[in-house]
Design a protein around this ligand. Structure first.
Ligand code: NAD
Ligand code: IPM
Ligand code: MN
Length: 366
């Protein structure tokens, strides 16, 4: 298959881990006879520095005409004092909105060799396998007005959702639950927020269309607690934009590191942008020690969701698993023993595990 892939490395560790994704995808391409063409474009702080805007028109155009987009991360101290509309984060929010990527899928599944890497007890973390579905183009992130008033002494952020925006993400969540363990937890703050009460109403209405899916409602504060005390309780979690942002970073603790989590931001026709859940990690940027696995696993999600390449995606996941089983990990994973390596070394090990596999596959096929 021929695929045009846009790369948006962005800032900080985004640049470092994008190289890892590219290497892994090139190996997959040559193994399976695919032709992946990469086009790199600017976003975030990098785009501000070069083009004076966090989301250049050229980047938007390229993404609109691509088969899929891979994004590293945006942001960093250098741009923190810019006005809101000029910040690097505005570039990321802008591209999500421009492409209509309303569904953010954030799988949280621990790899067995990392069970003891979590600060949580092993028996709590064991067997947890959660898909967080976060609404991505609405809510507080996009509602207008959002501004300072009264000489800067009062502020407004607006939480706006249209019913249709809630319906499509809730439908997506029911459909995803159907493909998994058929347990859906809807997270809201319906005891306080009007938006959450509409959200809950829609979940209840929709549940009639999906009688095979068991639904429960949880308030977000209690959900935050349960996520790390009884993670096994959850299958699919669906929630609005800001709650989903916060809960997914929290859930990463189950896997041992925020650097492990991949994500897919998609719309109904399968077009997608794939990015790790973490940010530009300014505290470790440039040191060559960022965990590339969330990015590599995001590339695997791209193969699966945008290109239908299930086998290729699985091969990447297995190579990651194998590398961890061999004890290799970056320093963000608090593991006793094992072999601590940097971003490049870990990527090479994953690539080695891919190629060993492809050699043994071709021997089997002889
Ligand atoms: P962060 O996710 O960048 O970092 C939080 C902590 O996790 C840090 O200690 C960091 O070192 C660690 N970490 C994150 N990714 C890692 C990786 N791959 N390997 C090892 N350790 C990793 O969050 P932050 O520090 O709150 O934000 C920094 C900047 O990133 C901000 O400008 C923020 O807006 C931006 N941000 C961007 C995205 C994105 O582009 N998708 C997501 C979150 C934050
Ligand atoms: C994420 C990030 C972004 C978000 C920021 C950088 C705009 O935290 O992708 O989780 O809040 O959506
Ligand atoms: Mn976040």
């Amino acid at each position: 298959m021929n695929k045009q892939i846009i790369l948006l490395p962005g800032d900080g560790v985004g640049k470092e881990i994008m190289e890892s994704a590219k290497l892994v995808l090139n190996v997959i391409a040559s193994e399976y006879g695919h032709n992946f063409t990469f086009h790199q474009h600017a976003i975030g702080g990098d785009a501000i520095d070069h083009y004076g805007t966090p989301l250049p028109e050229d980047t938007i155009n390229a993404c609109q005409h691509a088969d899929a987009v891979l994004l590293g991360a945006v942001g960093g101290g250098k741009w923190d004092s810019l006005p809101g509309h000029m910040r690097p984060e505005k570039g990321l929010l802008g591209i999500r909105k421009k492409l209509g990527l309303f569904a953010n899928l954030r799988p949280v599944k621990g790899f067995a060799p990392l069970l003891h890497a979590s600060p949580l007890k092993e028996e709590i973390v064991k067997n947890s396998d959660i898909l967080i579905i976060r609404e991505l183009t609405g809510g507080l992130y996009f509602g207008q007005p959002s501004e300072r008033r009264e000489n800067g002494n009062a502020v407004v952020d607006t939480l706006y959702y249209h019913r249709s925006e809630m319906e499509r993400i809730i439908d997506k969540a029911f459909q995803s639950a159907r493909l998994r363990n058929k347990q859906l937890t809807s997270v809201d703050k319906a005891n306080v927020l009007e938006s959450s009460r509409m959200w809950r109403e829609i979940v209840n209405e929709k549940s009639k269309d999906y009688p095979d899916v068991t639904v429960e409602h949880l308030l977000v504060d209690a959900a935050a607690m349960k996520l790390i005390t009884r993670p096994n309780h959850f299958d699919v979690i669906v929630t609005e934009n800001l709650f989903g942002d916060i809960l997914s970073d929290e859930a990463s603790v189950l896997t041992g590191s925020l650097g492990m989590l991949p994500s897919a931001s998609v719309r109904s026709d399968g077009v997608g942008l794939y990015e790790p859940v973490h940010g530009s990690a300014p505290d470790i940027a440039g040191k060559g020690i960022a965990n590339p696995l969330g990015m590599i696993l995001s590339a695997a999600m791209m193969l699966k969701y945008s290109f239908g390449m299930e086998e290729e995606a699985e091969e990447i996941e297995e190579a990651v698993q194998e590398s961890l089983e061999q004890g290799y990990h970056t320093p963000d994973l608090q593991i006793k023993g094992g072999k601590q390596v940097g971003t490049k070394e870990l990527t090479e090990i994953v690539v080695d595990n891919l190629t060993t596999k492809s050699v043994s596959n071709s021997i089997c096929n002889m």
